[in-house]
Design a protein around this ligand. Structure first.
Ligand code: BTN
Length: 271
């Protein structure tokens, strides 16, 4: 806790006010807790996956934050948002659940852009980018009959606090506001709104407008990409779109391939 930024620049989240604003009758969110510190909010909620959906867990600090593809997610205490939520869209065919992390990306990008004035784009599946630098990441994990969606957003990190030089924060991106309470409220409201629409459409991302919203926000579609696939040779080609299950379609030397998991690199055009 030696950070010179820790107190004045990084006020704590206001749990009671967040609860008043977000836990409303008939709404999706049922419980909201803010922990001063935990290992991983995703891991904590995975242990409660058998309860009804709508649990929200926020941590001011995570000591074992999990990222995609077995990576770690790290950030100084109160420098960002680390939030997880449980969803259980049981009437939606499981093949369409692949849209959930993309839905979270659309919701997060739209809430952040609207509230902070920073132009945010998505890298498939759901990294939030400012330019080519990563502002936020999303991890969706199956736990029993639920999905735990976790979002990590860098808010007030200074350059020397970034986990990697290719990351960024709202502060560094020149945000109009870095007040975490209203950003979290906007984020959870957007997730609720998109989730309700998607679910009512039986998980049909085209019918509920999610596919269009995703495509509009996505910087990957139309780009040359290199996809590092778990336990498979790297794939290179052009990202052409997203299929009904939320997979990235890549046109490469061997025709069109649908990618369900992997790390995408946007390849710069020559010259
Ligand atoms: C990634 O881009 O690799 C995904 C990062 C997800 C980080 C968030 S922070 C809140 C939640 N709890 C975790 O342990 N991970 C997610």
């Amino acid at each position: 806790m030696d950070s010179p930024y820790k107190d004045l620049d990084r006020p704590p989240l206001r749990e009671a006010a967040l609860r008043r604003a977000l836990l409303v009758p008939g709404g999706l969110w049922r419980e909201l807790d803010v922990l001063p510190e935990t290992g991983s909010t995703n891991a904590d909620l995975a242990n409660r996956a058998d309860e009804a959906e709508g649990l929200v867990l926020v941590a001011e600090s995570q000591v074992a934050g999990r990222g995609r593809l077995d990576r770690r997610w790290t950030a100084p205490p109160r420098s960002g948002l680390a939030v997880s939520m449980t969803l259980a869209p049981n009437e939606v065919p499981v093949a369409r659940w692949g849209w959930l992390p993309l839905l979270a990306g659309v919701a997060a990008a739209s809430a952040v852009s609207r509230f902070t004035g920073v132009e945010v784009r998505l890298k498939w599946p759901n990294d939030l980018l400012v330019g080519e630098r990563k502002l936020a990441g999303i991890l969706a994990e199956r736990a029993g009959s639920s999905v735990v969606l976790g979002i990590g957003l860098n808010v007030s990190l200074h350059e020397e606090e970034l986990p990697v030089p290719t990351a960024t924060s709202l502060l560094l991106a020149g945000a109009e506001s870095t007040d975490r309470d209203p950003i979290l409220r906007a984020l959870l409201r957007e997730v609720e709104e998109w989730y309700t629409r998607w679910r009512l459409a039986g998980g049909d991302a085209q019918a509920c407008g999610l596919a269009t919203a995703y495509t509009d926000a996505c910087a990957t579609i139309g780009r040359r990409v290199r996809v590092e696939l778990p336990a498979k040779p790297t794939l290179e080609g052009t990202a052409t779109g997203i299929d009904d299950e939320g997979r990235l379609l890549v046109a490469g030397p061997e025709g069109q391939v649908a990618v369900g998991a992997g790390d995408v690199v946007h390849v710069r055009p020559a010259g």
